[in-house]
Every structure is written in structure tokens, then in C-alpha cells.
Write a protein that binds this ligand. Structure first.
Ligand SMILES: [Zn+2]
Ligand SMILES: [Zn+2]
Length: 276
């Protein structure tokens, strides 16, 4: 399984795009501005998009993406693009985006009989399987300022999962679940530097200090890489410097990080994960 990091920034700047990850070719996790970096031919291969929550940095490219692919998909009589999210997330998309004011209602376009968009509600703990793809996707807990989830992707049933947390503050339920599953890699947010730790707490994001608290909950007998995402472009260097200090400040954490190496994601990076 391969993950292409289309966007992993918490805001935009030249070369920095917001959250969007492409799994092999047909599935995207979140639809931030990074989704717009794909060539049209690759956009046309995406049949499923899993949205973690309705914040703009995770959905910004979705309305324009649908506009880009609608005509070709209609000509080819393709199935709708299936967009998955919590019922509250899908409600926000209908009410605030696809409301015929901000953007057309793509659930009835180009025709109501054969639309380009289908919204599919998911629930925490549910596992989604596909008729045409081998993947299984489990809906994971997140703790954020609006209803939010993460997603665990297995390339096939029983395989180790790539886990994407979405946006989350301190999240004990995530670590409880991870302790009971095989993990191939974890994409975990660290949105703010310690200078803005109070803001991170209020907005239910992580900063390096609260990240350390989260990492101490890792099951000690596990081993997988951790990819840090969602840094605000203006804070990325501070966050990296503060994360680099974590192991030096805490020997027990240093031991844990030896088997869970931390890496700061870069837009455009490709992560290869061994199927097992
Ligand atoms: Zn958010
Ligand atoms: Zn976000």
C-alpha cells in the first residue's frame, strides 16, 4: 500500500497544501487543497473520499474537484464519487457548501438519476468494505472542536493498518484502540508549536508538549513509524525543533520513540507501507 501525501499543512503558503492523502489510486483521505495538486487523469481515478470532519482545510478542494471530474465521469457512465463522513459532517457539507449558493448541489448533478456525488454516513467503529477494492476502512475516534473521526486503512482484511487521526486533541480512546490492532503506520497531527499550546488546547489540536503525553500511551510492545502532519506553515520549524527535544527530555519516551520513529510529513512525499 502506498500513500501519496497531497497535502499535510495546517494552512496554505507556496508549496504548502492542506490535508489530503491518496491511497494507491482510488481512495482519498480528506479533500483539503492538496487534492487540487493531482493531474485531472488521476482525479478521475478517485471513486471514494473519506472526510475526517467538516473544517475547511479538510474539504476545501472537494467542491472544485467534483466540478473537474463531473463531465468525464458522466460521459463514461461512472458511479458517483462516494464521499464518506459522520452524519454531522455530511449535514455541514449539504447546508454550507452544496447549498446552491456557495456551490451547486452535486448530489443531483448532472442529473438526479445519475449524480456525480453520493454522501454516505459512517459511524465510529464501523468498518467499510468495497465491492470493487480489497481495502477495509475502520472509523477511528478523534477529539476535536466539531464532530470528527480518523480512519484506519487495511489493504485487505486482517492486514496491518495505516491509521490517519484527522484533527484531534488528547485522544485516549485512539490509543486504547491502537493497542488492540496491528498498525503499519500512524499519521498523527501536531498543528501548533508549544508557544501556542493554550490555543491548541482550546481548539483541540496537539502541540509537541501534548504530543509527548499522547505518545506515552503507545502500547510498549508495538513498533511502527509515526508521521506528523498539519503543522501551520509559519510554525513548522518551531514544531520540528520542539519535537526533536522530546526524546532528550524524557528517557522513557526516547525508548518508545526508538521503535516508533517520528517523521515530519512533506507535501508530495510518498509513504510505502509493507502489507502484512
Ligand atoms: Zn479541524
Ligand atoms: Zn485541520
Amino acid at each position: 500500500m502506498q500513500i501519496q501525501v497531497l497535502g499535510c499543512a495546517g494552512a496554505i503558503a507556496q508549496g504548502a497544501y492542506t490535508s489530503a492523502f491518496l491511497l494507491d489510486q482510488a481512495i482519498a483521505l480528506d479533500a483539503g487543497t492538496g487534492l487540487g495538486q493531482l493531474p485531472l487523469a488521476q482525479m478521475l481515478q478517485i471513486d471514494h473520499i473519506f472526510i475526517s470532519h467538516a473544517h475547511l482545510d479538510h474539504i476545501a478542494a472537494l467542491p472544485l474537484f467534483l466540478d473537474s471530474v463531473m463531465a468525464s465521469r458522466s460521459q463514461q457512465q461512472r458511479q458517483p464519487v462516494r464521499v464518506y463522513g459522520l452524519a454531522a459532517t455530511l449535514h455541514s457539507l449539504r447546508k454550507h457548501i452544496f447549498n446552491r449558493e456557495i456551490w451547486p448541489d452535486f448530489t443531483v448533478l448532472p442529473t438526479s438519476a445519475a449524480p456525480v456525488l453520493e454522501l454516505i454516513p459512517v459511524q465510529l467503529g464501523q468498518t467499510i468494505a468495497f465491492s470493487d477494492l480489497p481495502y477495509q476502512i475502520e472509523v477511528m475516534p478523534a477529539e476535536h472542536s466539531i464532530p470528527s473521526v480518523g480512519y484506519a486503512v487495511r489493504p485487505f482484511a486482517g492486514a496491518a493498518a495505516l491509521v490517519y487521526t484527522g484533527d484531534t486533541g488528547p485522544n485516549p480512546k485512539l490509543w486504547q484502540r491502537l493497542a488492540h490492532m496491528a498498525v503499519a503506520g500512524l499519521i498523527l497531527e501536531t498543528a501548533f508549536s508549544n508557544h501556542d499550546a493554550a490555543l491548541a488546547r482550546a481548539a483541540l489540536h496537539l502541540s509537541p508538549s501534548s504530543l509527548a503525553h499522547e505518545l506515552r500511551q503507545i502500547a510498549p510492545d508495538s513498533s511502527y513509524p509515526i508521521y506528523l502532519t498539519h503543522a501551520k506553515p509559519a510554525q513548522a520549524q518551531h514544531i520540528q525543533a520542539e519535537v526533536a527535544q522530546l526524546a532528550a527530555q524524557d528517557p522513557a519516551l526516547a525508548t518508545l520513540l526508538a521503535s516508533h520513529p517520528l517523521q515530519h510529513l512533506q507535501c508530495g512525499q510518498i509513504i510505502g507501507l509493507q502489507d502484512s
